[in-house]
Design a protein around this ligand. Sequence first.
Ligand code: AMP
Length: 311
Amino acid sequence: MQNHDAVLVVGSVAFDDLEMPQGTFDGVLGGAATYSSLAASLYAPVRIVGVVGDDFPAEHVELLRGRGIDTTGLERVAGKTFRWRGRYSADLSSRTTLDTQLNVFADFHPKIPAAHRSTPFVLLGNIHPQLQLEVVQQVERPRLVAADTMNLWIGSEPKALGELLKKVDLLIINDEEARELSGVQNLCKAAKDIHKRGPRQLIIKRGEHGALLFDEHGIFFVPAYPLEEVHDPTGAGDSFAGGLIGYLARLGGPASSPHTMRKAMFHAAAMGSFCVEEVGPRRIERLVQADLSKRLDLFRALVDFGGDLVA
Ligand code: AMP
C-alpha cells in the first residue's frame, strides 16, 4: 500500500461498559483509536497503533481488517484489555466515568512499525501526552499531526501537554477542555490563547451544538446533524476526528484554500452523526459511501439559505 495518503491512528482500543437510559451494554468494542480508525477507513488507508490484552476477540481484529485497517501496529500482550465504564444522563447530553481500568495500557509505549513511520497524516487519540510525544518522535515529517486530549491531562500533565502542543498542527477538543486549557471562558479568546501554544488549527467541538474551526482563514461553524434517534454518543468525537483526517488524507492534505478544512468539517460532523445512531461503533462499522453521500446532502440542505443573505 502506498504511503502517500494514509492515516496513522494511535490511541485506546477498549471494552466499554455503557450505562444508557435504554439499558446497560457490557463489553462493547470501544476506544478512541477504534472509532477514529473505522471512520477514517471510509476515506483512506488506515494504520492503527494501540494495545489489547489476550482477552480481545479475534473477531474484533478481523472487523478492523475487514475495513482495510492495517493492524500491524496493534500489539497483543498478556493481560486484560483497557476497560472503561460510563453512565449517561437521561437526555444523553452528559456522562460520568464510573471506572477506568488501564490494564495492558498501563505499561504501553506506542511502537510505530518501521513501514508506518512515514505516514503523512497522524491522529493522536486521547492518551497520556507523553505517549503522544513518543509517537511524534517516531514519525518522519508528517504533513499533518492532529491530536485530541482530555481534562485529565490538562489538569495533571500541563508540562508534557505544553511540549506536545508545540508539535501539533491541529488540536481537536471540546468546549470545556478549551476553557480549561486556556483558562479563558470566552471560546474566541480561548482559541487565540491555544494558537499561541502551537496548533495553527483548532477545532472546538460542542456536542449536539456543532463544532467551530479556528484557523488562519477565520472562524467556521458546522452544526451537528439533528437526529430523531440518538442511541449512544460514545466515540462521536473520535469518529468526528477520524472523518476529518480521513477526508484530508484523501485530498492529499489541508490545502491553502479555506474550503478544504471547511468541507472536512462536514465530513467530520457526518461521521459523528452516524456514530451516535447505534450503540458502540456498529453504525460506523458498516457504513458505505452511499450512506455518507446521503448524509452530506442532508447537511447541505440544513445550511442552505438560498444564496445572498441580504437580498
Ligand atoms: P469519546 O466519546 O469520543 O470521548 O470517546 C469514548 C471512547 O474513549 C470510549 O470508547 C473509551 O473506551 C475511550 N476512553 C475513555 N476514557 C479514556 C482514557 N482515559 N484514555 C483513553 N481512552 C479513553
